[in-house]
Design a protein around this ligand. Structure first.
Ligand code: RP5
Length: 161
């Protein structure tokens, strides 16, 4: 399977959140790689990753980071691939710092920002899959099937008494 999504994160501590991205991509059969790339601790690696992602076949990058979460924005500055930013729930400020660091990009360098934490990590995978599904009917059917399964779960467990 060709490599499609690059899932990167600022620290190994982000894996607790970003594993939901990986799990969701795996569930949909989307090929991905995972890597720790830090904007602050390994800036040269971050630029190299962003600059070479496209030529390595990656179609979308999902970048998770917490606190001073500069990774998604800096990666977006160095590639024209779509970048989805996942704000990791930080200990000190509960992820509001991560969210605001990621979401307020200047016009011209977009980062699609999802919710803080687990929901955002799952949705980042679904968003990346939807982008790829525009050119892949089989993947589109898998996303629809997942939606339907979730709908049925709610319908089947919706009785509270
Ligand atoms: C950010 O700093 C990472 O994305 C992580 O969310 C946060 C804390 O990193 P650690 O101190 O746990 O390595 O760069």
């Amino acid at each position: 399977m060709t490599l499609k999504v690059g899932v990167i994160m600022g620290s190994t501590s982000d894996w607790e959140t970003m594993r939901y991205t990986a799990e969701t991509l795996a569930e949909l059969g989307v090929s991905y790689e995972t890597k720790v790339v830090s904007a602050h601790r390994t800036p040269d690696l971050m630029f190299e990753y962003a600059e070479t992602a496209k030529e390595r076949g990656i179609k979308t990058i999902i970048a998770g980071a917490g606190g001073a979460a500069h990774l998604p924005g800096m990666v977006a500055a160095k590639t024209v691939l779509p970048v989805i930013g996942v704000p990791v729930q930080s200990k000190a400020l509960d992820g509001m710092d991560s969210l605001l660091s990621i979401v307020q990009m200047p016009a011209g360098v977009p980062v699609a920002t999802v919710a803080i934490g687990k929901a955002g990590a799952i949705n980042a995978a679904l968003l990346a899959a939807s982008q790829l599904a525009a050119f892949d009917d089989d993947l589109s059917s898998k996303i629809e099937a997942r939606r339907e399964a979730k709908r049925d779960e709610v319908l089947n467990t919706g009785e509270l008494q």
